[in-house]
Design a protein around this ligand. Sequence first.
Ligand SMILES: Cc1c2[nH]c(c1CCC(=O)O)Cc1[nH]c(c(CCC(=O)O)c1C)Cc1[nH]c(c(CCC(=O)O)c1C)Cc1[nH]c(c(C)c1CCC(=O)O)C2
Length: 348
Amino acid sequence: MTKPINETFLKAARGEKTDHVPVWYMRQAGRSQPEYREIKEKYSLFEITHQPELCAYVTRLPVEQYNVDAAILYKDIMTPLPAMGMEVEIKSGIGPVIDNPIQSLADVEKLGEIHPEEDVPYVLDTIKLLTTEQLNVPLIGFSGAPFTLASYMIEGGPSKNYNKTKAFMYAEPKAWFALMEKLGDMIITYVKSQINAGAKAIQIFDSWVGALNVEDYRYFIKPVMNRIFASLKEENVPLIMFGVGASHLALEWNDLPLDVVGLDWRLPISQAREMGVNKTVQGNLDPAVLLAPWEVIEEKTKAILDQGMAQNGYIFNLGHGVFPSVKPETLKRLASFIHEYSASKLSR
Ligand SMILES: Cc1c2[nH]c(c1CCC(=O)O)Cc1[nH]c(c(CCC(=O)O)c1C)Cc1[nH]c(c(CCC(=O)O)c1C)Cc1[nH]c(c(C)c1CCC(=O)O)C2
């Protein structure tokens, strides 16, 4: 039995008319919430995700507290990588660190395939718990994209310039494309298992792909992205693309068989549409604005909503994840402002 859910987010993702603008926040699960911080004192990210009841609770917290229109599963883009043979650790204050980075074609050839039921059963169990019993909004499943995952796998951790990643891409194209193939296969299998378990939409995080120019994106990345989205399209759930500092790639994404183009705060929504982005747009309040006084937040949000609502197919979000120092009351007040302001304009 599946509970009836609030469909506003799914309608907007499909480009349909809605009676209010739907909102969710990237990295809404945890971070600024005191209940989450308490859990985080006892358990690491991987320890939380391995306990479906606890993980479902963390996923639900922001939905209940902020009244957002979608939930995003609590896990990390690194979650599937141990199944491929990568030794991943999340170090506090640093981020994901990988002790056996990829350095050669031989390393790529050694990478394993993912079998979600055996490798990440806890992810599927959490999704089932949430979507059969607990949530009244759609659950967004997700995966990292090939470039962003490869950047951690090659650099061995976070990076500023992705020099090793780019050097590998330019110097070892054969190994690079073999890596893209393996990551493409993994992402397709992993995402389909999330959809089968009950995820109602999928976001692909290519957070760091903005480091590439358009020409390199087309040659080194677009073919695998095309294969991933073409395969996921068969599942009939909305597919969302997101990256940071990647406005120059918005038209490339618009070309792919996906439903929603996610924008960070650098490119105004009206300008993206003028450029030719004709899919649903998701974004794009600068997350730093949430640290400003309410009047500033309201003014900047209104400006974004006015642009977004000018057409069907708009989802409010931040341009990147919530900062941990943002007050939960601010996120709650913002969601309610977005609902009320957009409902009053859309009912006219
Ligand atoms: C690039 C990327 C990562 N992870 C993710 C991305 C793509 C989105 C983006 O661009 O921010 C995605 C992600 N990571 C996490 C979620 C959970 C859902 C949510 O909070 O909405 C999501 C959607 C949990 C997490 N991912 C991580 C934590 C912190 C865990 C810990 O400190 O033990 C959590 C709760 C660790 C992580 N994982 C990653 C980084 C850079 C970090 C360190 C910085 C940070 O704390 O955000 C990689």
